[in-house]
Design a protein around this ligand. Structure first.
Ligand code: NZQ
Ligand code: ZN
Length: 387
């Protein structure tokens, strides 16, 4: 097991009706900005719950943060934070809103040009961001309990990651009841995103970190178990609760401790969102199977372990089991109605592989993945395989 440090300061408040507890967590002296997305919280009752929890507070609101949070929109929110002397932010939404608020947390206290935070990858250290909390409305990204964020700039077709230990939410409310109003397409996205988060921290090399492996495998199996229930019309509270907690646990730092991680699927996937606007999770389902086929030799032991332990594949050689693992993975995404080829999403896919290679070269991302196995020319071939 590799050496590690682990600190996750985010308090989780989990369960039905728990949004009301916001008022216990935020000091009455704070001046709050509530931020949200395109309006789903207004029609599903979440806004009203937040509003009544904030009775007696001084608060403002900022709506309209789009999916794949847009830099230009966030700059409008930053103006309000400065003009109104906001001291605390409350993100009410999915990964996009929470990520947007993380960027604002960093930008509000940053003396230089906010774009530098993304362009130069400036980290926000502990105690250096504007405090914020979240009410999660869409399980998927794990943003509610981690310190990472991904911001898009449509004008330049860029999608860049940022973060730092100062960007954990102070607390996050996870009420599975919010899942009732999520369209099935977004549920499928959430399951796929969380599932791939686990794979990025698991499908690497054989490890002696046995507990981490078992944590990862149990999250994968739980997601597989709840997936059909979540795709049914009838709402199942317990399935929803397990879905929500699995998404959080998939990317709150715990399962990546003591092991090597990959993240190349995400880096290639982000480019597909930047180019074509494809939903984040769907880009992962496009890239992951090709990534595992292309890097078969490096990953085959772990692929076989995945097939054995997660899908109960008992027959065949190591290679046969590993191949079965990739096959089952692809079928799992497809069972959620998620297409796994780039050509399923756009007719203009020609040239994408070259573009990804060039972007990685420009950014000097010369060795992604575990042990740096994915060089820009490999990324090109993987994306090509995903056409
Ligand atoms: O904007 P509204 O009207 O709220 O609608 C949203 C949005 O259209 C809707 N929605 C959310 N909760 C709902 C709901 N609709 C009905 N009922 C509810 N309860 O869902 C749509 C998608 O929301 P979004 O927040 O964009 O989805 P998600 O949580 O999947 O976030 C995706 C973003 O997170 C980034 C992605 O790159 C992408 O930009 N990621 C962030 C990560 C992190 N911070 O750790 C890691 C991930 O790998 C990912 O990269
Ligand atoms: Zn993701």
């Amino acid at each position: 097991m590799l050496n590690f440090e682990f600190k996750n300061p985010t308090k989780i408040i989990f369960g039905k009706g728990e949004i009301a507890k916001i008022s216990r967590e935020i000091p009455k002296t704070e001046k709050i900005l509530v931020l949200y997305g395109g309006g789903s919280i207004k029609s599903n009752g979440v806004y009203d719950q937040v509003k009544s929890a904030l009775e007696g507070y001084e608060w403002e609101e900022f709506g309209g943060i789009p999916a794949n949070p847009e830099y230009e929109v966030l700059m409008e929110a930053l103006k309000i934070i400065k003009e109104k002397n906001i001291t605390y932010m409350l993100a009410v939404g999915g990964g996009s809103v929470i990520d947007g608020v993380k960027f604002l947390s960093a930008a509000a206290k940053y003396e230089g040009e906010p774009w530098d935070i993304l362009q130069k990858g400036i980290r926000t250290e502990e105690g250096k961001g504007l405090p914020f909390a979240s009410v999660l409305t869409l399980p998927a990204t794990g943003s509610e309990m981690n310190s990472g964020s991904v911001i898009s700039r449509r004008a330049t077709k860029q999608k860049l990651a940022m973060g730092g230990p100062g960007l954990f939410p102070v607390f996050s409310v996870l009420d599975p009841e919010v899942i009732r109003s999520i369209p099935k397409k977004q549920i499928a996205n959430g399951i796929t995103d969380a599932y791939t988060h686990v794979l990025e921290q698991y499908m690497t090399v054989k490890t002696s970190a046995t507990l981490q492996d078992r944590f990862a495998e149990s999250i994968l199996q739980t997601l597989q178990e709840i997936a059909p229930k979540m795709m049914e019309d009838e709402f199942d509270y317990d399935a929803a609760a397990n879905f929500m907690w699995s998404c959080t646990m998939a990317l709150n730092g715990l399962i990546q401790k003591g092991v090597t991680s990959d993240w190349a699927v995400h880096m290639m996937g982000h480019e597909l969102t930047a180019q074509f606007g494809i939903d984040h999770a769907r880009t992962l389902a496009v890239i992951a199977p090709s990534h595992y086929r292309y890097n078969f030799e490096a990953k085959k032991e772990k692929l076989a372990q995945y097939a054995e332990r997660v899908w109960n594949v008992t027959e065949g050689s190591l290679e046969e089991k590993a191949n079965k693992g990739i096959e089952y993975l692809e079928k799992f995404f497809q069972s959620l109605g998620i297409a796994t080829k780039l050509s399923d999403y756009t007719e203009n896919y020609e040239g994408t592989a070259e573009l990804v290679e060039k972007t990685f070269l420009d950014r000097k991302w010369l060795a992604l993945g575990e042990r740096g196995i994915v060089k820009p020319e490999d990324a090109k071939k993987i994306v090509e395989m995903a056409y």
